[in-house]
Write a protein that binds this ligand. Structure first.
Ligand SMILES: [Zn+2]
Length: 151
């Protein structure tokens, strides 16, 4: 299934984040069956609260396409998007959002809230969660476990 194929690419990005001591969250954006942007969480590296994988990937995709409209693009991310990224996804008109692990605290695509329940926006993405979620959440758990040991 293609969803798993692309999620595996997002997982590769998440692993890169872990190698750089960043919380392992990875993202890819796919258009016409090709990856047009890859990114991983760089919050520590950039010391920037907005340097989430999805935001960085959206920026790359817009640059690549020369457009802020990502209408025919699908976003794959290893963790359910936060409020900021959910907003950026709506703003960029992304078609489908496929995520791996659910985030009960920050997740705005079904867990804590669902942006698609908020009426009045001019765009709503199709959302599917739980793709390869065991692998996606294992990465996060192992990362935090190793962090606690270091302290
Ligand atoms: Zn985010």
């Amino acid at each position: 299934m293609n969803n798993e194929k692309w999620m595996k690419e997002a997982i590769k990005q998440a692993k890169k984040a872990a190698q750089k001591d960043e919380v392992p969250i990875g993202c890819v954006i796919v258009k016409d069956d090709q990856i047009i942007a890859r990114a991983y969480n760089k919050r520590e590296m950039k010391q920037c609260s907005t340097a989430h994988a999805e935001i960085l990937a959206i920026e790359k995709a817009c640059k690549k396409l020369g457009s802020w409209r990502l209408e025919d693009c699908d976003l794959y991310v290893t963790l359910e998007p936060c409020p900021m990224c959910s907003g950026a996804i709506i703003q960029s008109r992304i078609r489908n959002v496929i995520f791996g692990a659910y985030d009960p605290k920050g997740g705005c695509m079904g867990s804590n809230m669902n942006i698609n329940d908020v009426r009045g926006f001019n765009h709503y993405p199709y959302i599917e969660g739980g793709i390869l979620q065991d692998e996606c959440s294992r990465l996060l758990k192992e990362f935090f476990k190793a962090k606690r040991k270091k302290k």
